[in-house]
Write a protein that binds this ligand. Structure first.
Ligand code: ZN
Length: 223
């Protein structure tokens, strides 16, 4: 047994109290935080320990789950904060043709507090996307090609960013989370797919899905 897993079991035995939000795990569909309308962060709250902790945990959890975007409701806190980051590993995990079709490009970390969205290019792209709060499923969602997101940075500076392609998709997905929407509200349900359906057949159903981080190679596909 790995040392990390062993110490976690011991820790759980000593301290069985459930954690409180912001969680370091991603909540799953059914959690009321995902269906709430996220609250605006008041300027005087931005520097508070709580909000700064939410931001820190959001980025850490997004990276731990290999997501290219995450919204605060997904760590159990329905406030208007989103993060987007597309890393080299996210891009490399997909075939060049897929990267091209999805317009996936390395995008440094961006965190927006109280983001607002403006559509720049009404051309739409249909592409599969997944949500870390709906584990292992993907569905085809139509999204605008280019958007501008404006808001406040974690330091309280006004900030604006034009996002294209996959980054624009990530922004639209995270903005939906702030409105209590999930991608399954927008996609054709007939396009829903379990990422491991073939493996489940190959293993005669013996397949364990865990909810702590990500181990598969679908990096960046989940938001
Ligand atoms: Zn999501």
């Amino acid at each position: 047994m790995a040392a990390g897993r062993f110490s976690r079991i011991i820790k759980d035995l000593i301290n069985p109290k459930p954690p409180k939000p912001p969680y370091s795990h991603v909540v799953q569909i059914g959690d009321p935080a995902l269906r709430a309308k996220a609250l605006t962060v008041e300027p005087k709250e931005l520097g508070s320990e709580h909000i700064q902790q939410v931001i820190k945990t959001l980025v850490k959890t997004m990276r731990r789950y290999k997501c290219s975007g995450l919204a605060a409701p997904q760590i159990g806190v329905p406030v208007r904060i989103i993060a987007v980051e597309i890393t080299k590993n996210h891009v490399r995990a997909h075939a060049p043709a897929v990267v091209k079709a999805r317009e996936m490009r390395v995008t440094p970390l961006r965190v927006f507090v109280n983001p607002e969205l403006t559509v720049e290019d009404f051309t739409t792209i249909q592409s599969p996307e997944g949500c870390a709060s709906l584990r292992a499923l993907t569905g085809i969602v139509e999204r605008y090609r280019s958007v501008t997101v404006s808001g406040v940075s974690p330091d309280g500076e006004r900030t604006e960013w034009r996002a294209d392609g996959w980054a624009a998709r990530a922004v639209q997905h995270e903005m939906d989370h702030l409105a209590g929407l999930m991608y399954v509200d927008r996609c054709d349900p007939r396009t829903l797919e379990h990422q491991h359906w073939a493996l489940i057949n190959a293993r005669a159903g013996r397949f364990l899905q865990h909810f702590d981080g990500f181990r598969n190679r679908q990096w960046g596909l989940f938001l």
